[in-house]
Ligand binder design. Structure first.
Ligand code: GTP
Ligand code: MG
Length: 341
């Protein structure tokens, strides 16, 4: 007989790798399973350092993650590590995916590393939720570092990056001369900016362009003040993290130890400054808002019949009702329906 979800959760917590794999499959395939797992495991979480890796398609994220994982394990063999590769476009990148697999198989020999690829099922929002749940499971069963690779191409990817304590943005040479091509907002989310493929011509120009952009702002914000180091950022003594801009090559290994060190430094910085707790609160707030919004929409759809919503929409489109009045009416309807239930 197949074990139930609660049984899988118990077994996974007790250290069964087989149960862990099966649990994750359930969570990937069903929002209800994700809910059950998160409800059971949330109180067991909060220890893992979650590292988001984002950047444009083909910038070398998967290659870099593979090299980085090996290096992190080499530097700190006692800290276990998990990799979640989020690949929403997998149907279109079959070749690249095969390459990823071959590369990543090198890692499977290390029992301190767990790896999981999440292909797109349904909406990106669903994928972000599933990823969050899987990261929670891995945290709960004791993985101390969790690397989440995601293609930086939309809001949902930013959502995934927001689940992280430390965010790496990976760029590659070729975009450096065209500063406009860097997506708005991407510098603001980066704790560490990486110019991968530094073995290729143009890497220096890209590095320079990114440094200039960080200097010029509009950086501000609360996460960093745009001060740059081209080496691994030191523990910031005044409580301000200095965004590191690091050249790497997943091909020849350049800069990988420095990148691993920068990640360790950011982790130490978060703890030394109390920002770890602040970031944890932010992450929980983000999660709560997402879930609340999702639950509200589901409840609303259930309480106010589609026909009624459609009639109100028609009235707004026909200029018979303004949208604010429409929203008030819809809210009143959803509340009165809840009173009747
Ligand atoms: N020259 C060079 N090539 C690299 C480097 N890193 C990755 N590549 C190559 O770039 C291509 C894309 O690498 P991936 O690691 O699949 O890139 P990715 O960002 O994960 O790609 P997606 O997941 O499809 O967005 C592959 O052909 C890699 O071999 C590097 O440092 N130098
Ligand atoms: Mg990839």
């Amino acid at each position: 007989m197949n074990p139930t979800l609660p049984e899988l959760i118990t077994q996974a917590l007790a250290g069964s790798a087989r149960a862990l794999g099966r649990l994750i499959t359930h969570v990937e395939n069903s929002d209800t399973a994700a809910q059950t797992a998160v409800q059971a495991l949330h109180t067991h979480t909060g220890r893992a350092h979650i590292i988001g890796i984002t950047g444009p398609p083909g910038s070398g994220k998967s290659s870099l993650v593979t090299e980085l994982a090996k290096e992190l394990r080499r530097q700190e063999p006692t800290r276990s590590l998990a990799i979640i590769a989020v690949d929403p476009s997998s149907p279109f990148t079959g070749g690249a995916l095969l390459g990823d697999r071959v590369r990543m198989q090198e890692l499977t020999a290390d029992r301190g590393i767990f790896m999981r690829s999440m292909a797109s099922r349904g909406s990106l929002g669903g994928l972000a939720r599933a990823t969050a749940a899987v990261a929670k499971i891995l945290d709960a069963v004791g993985y101390e570092r969790i690397l989440i690779e995601t293609v930086g191409a939309g809001q949902s990817e930013v959502d995934i990056a927001q689940q992280a304590h430390t965010t790496l943005v990976i760029e590659a040479p070729g975009m450096g001369d065209d500063v406009q091509s860097i997506k708005a907002g991407i510098l603001e989310i980066a704790d560490i900016l990486v110019v991968n493929k530094s073995d290729k011509p143009g890497a220096q120009a890209t590095l320079k362009a990114l440094e200039n952009m960080l200097h010029l702002g509009p950086v501000g914000g609360t996460r960093h003040h745009g001060r740059i180091t081209t080496t691994a950022a030191p523990h910031a003594d005044e409580g301000v993290w200095q965004t590191a801009v690091l050249p790497t090559s997943a091909l020849d290994g350049t800069g990988i130890p420095e990148l691993a060190q920068a990640i360790a430094n950011h982790y130490a910085h978060l703890h030394a400054t109390g920002q770890w707790q602040a970031r944890e609160r932010q992450r929980c707030q983000h999660e709560l808002e997402q879930l609340l919004w999702q639950a509200f929409r589901a409840q609303f759809a259930q309480r106010v019949a589609a026909g009624v919503r459609d009639d109100i929409l028609s009235a707004v489109a026909a200029r018979e009702m303004d949208p604010y009045t429409a929203v008030e009416k819809l809210l009143r309807l959803s509340v009165s329906m809840s009173n009747e239930q």
